[in-house]
Design a protein around this ligand. Structure first.
Ligand SMILES: [Mn+2]
Length: 274
């Protein structure tokens, strides 16, 4: 019994109805319990470079680092699980890689990307994000937004200038206040959540939640929670039906069984990689 048998995953990315190329990038690694989604920005095709680098660097780093974690443990100084610290290091490394290329390749100057990462381990998950790509959680029939956008419009909501409903129609809603790869340092948010059997997690780029609202997302997830591939397709089709003005990407994970470290899957995972 591996993690792959306990958590189902699916993902889909689409160019949408208006753009001529896809600057989003998704990565899913069921055997690692890992989902990564990035929405790139930059001139010409630089956005694609930034989002692809984010997914590649973070996946490779975590594949290497998770092998070294052989028991549930946490960092005494910060209280974070070792897995969270590994996610943080992977993000820092991806930031440095993207920023390095942006500094040295003129055609990539100024490129950057949003990021949202979900890593499942020991009946928990670590969520980290930069920018306005989101994670939602469907628990029972309730949908909750797990991440809070790093965007100008979210700042205005936080300060009381806009309600959430007004924010959806704001003209400046796509201005992000943080991104990966645009500076020597990156400021990401990270949180650890308890994962329950039946939970359905959705990671998405703004091309989804700008086109359809949270109630539409909730309805699609509730109706299709048994088939993640179908759910992904219906979400993307719904965004395209509303205009598909941006690239649209979705990644999903459904917790089918508990996944505590002590059942042994983790040891076998580690030995399988060695
Ligand atoms: Mn986008």
């Amino acid at each position: 019994m591996s993690l792959r048998d306990r958590i189902s995953m699916a993902g889909l990315t689409d160019t949408g109805q208006v753009r001529d190329h896809n600057e989003d990038c998704i990565g899913l690694r069921p055997e690692l319990g890992l989902l990564v989604l990035a929405d790139g920005m930059g001139g010409l095709k630089a956005g694609e470079v930034a989002s692809a680098m984010a997914v590649e660097v973070i996946t490779a780093e975590l594949e290497a680092e998770l092998k070294e974690i052989t028991a549930a443990s946490h960092d005494e100084a910060t209280g974070y699980a070792l897995e969270s610290l590994a996610v943080g290091r992977a993000i820092t490394k991806a930031n440095a890689s993207i920023y390095g290329v942006a500094q040295s390749q003129p055609q990539c100057a100024g490129m950057g990307t949003t990021l949202v990462v979900g890593l499942f381990y020991d009946n928990r998950l670590t969520v980290a994000h930069v920018g306005d790509s989101r994670m939602y959680r469907l628990r029972g029939n309730d949908l909750e937004q797990v991440t809070s956008d790093h965007s100008l419009v979210q700042e205005l909501v936080d300060r009381g200038f806009y309600t959430q409903d007004e924010a959806r129609s704001a003209a400046n809603k796509n201005i992000v206040t943080r991104a990966l790869g645009i500076g020597a340092d990156v400021n990401f948010d990270m949180q650890e959540e308890v994962a329950l059997v039946g939970d359905l997690y959705l990671l998405c780029s703004d091309g989804l939640n700008d086109m359809i609202d949270d109630e539409q997302i909730r309805t699609i997830l509730v109706e299709n929670r048994g088939n993640l591939e179908t759910a992904a397709q219906i979400l993307v089709e719904a965004a395209n039906a509303e205009g598909g003005r941006d690239n649209v990407s979705v990644l999903m994970a459904r917790v089918d069984k508990t996944f505590p470290v002590k059942t042994g899957w983790f040891r076998r995972l580690v030995s399988w990689f060695d």
